[in-house]
Design a protein around this ligand. Sequence first.
Ligand code: PGA
Length: 246
Amino acid sequence: MRKKLAAGNWKMNLTPNEARDFAAKLAPKTKGDSDVVFCVPFVSISDVVKAVEGSGVSVGAQNMHFEEKGAFTGEISASQLVGAGAKYIIIGHSERRQYFLETDEIVNKKLIKALEHGLIPIVCVGETLKEREDGITIELVRMQLKRGLLRLTPEDAAKTVIAYEPVWAIGTGKTATSEQAEEVCGAIRTLLEELYGKNTAEQIRILYGGSVTADNASELFAQKNIDGGLVGGASLKDDFEVIAKA
Ligand code: PGA
């Protein structure tokens, strides 16, 4: 049985003090049967880790570099994240792919490094509106994953979380219907079975992300192949309490 996961992606919002106060208030309210993680800006990780102590909520980061350490001005390594108390790491979010030119190859390097350090990766994939209209969604997502997960062992794959996030649904208020989301998440499960076998594929959590709200969360998360959500806008509101409980 896969445990549901509600992951908040705070993006580039809140100062460390604001993040600490918000996390301290929200964390106890999210208690339930699901895993909950707040993926916060680098500078707030330590403060939020302290703020959520004892609540069961974990803290994650939104990006990392794939090298171990060294002359990479402005970058953050996996061991630095672990040292700051992060447990999860978002890899290959569409905003990173779009604005910072991250490729599937970079996603793959980051994923391998994150796993090496015991971080739980949340690997994001998804199509643009044009790609959906061109009818290549499933093929595209399969290719993003085949390249992104290259050389992963089944053991490491089992620890990895996949987030299906249609780019056209992120921050737009245009949520995918539960049928659209389930179709792609089911196709992802099929690919994972081809790559790692049925047993492993059944253990891997697949999230949906893109305009998840308190109103649509329970229907989305009730789908067979959707094991929770990666939530942007609504993770900074009280809605996240409802989403975590859904
Ligand atoms: P959204 O963002 O919930 O605001 O659409 C989701 C995400 O970017 O992960």
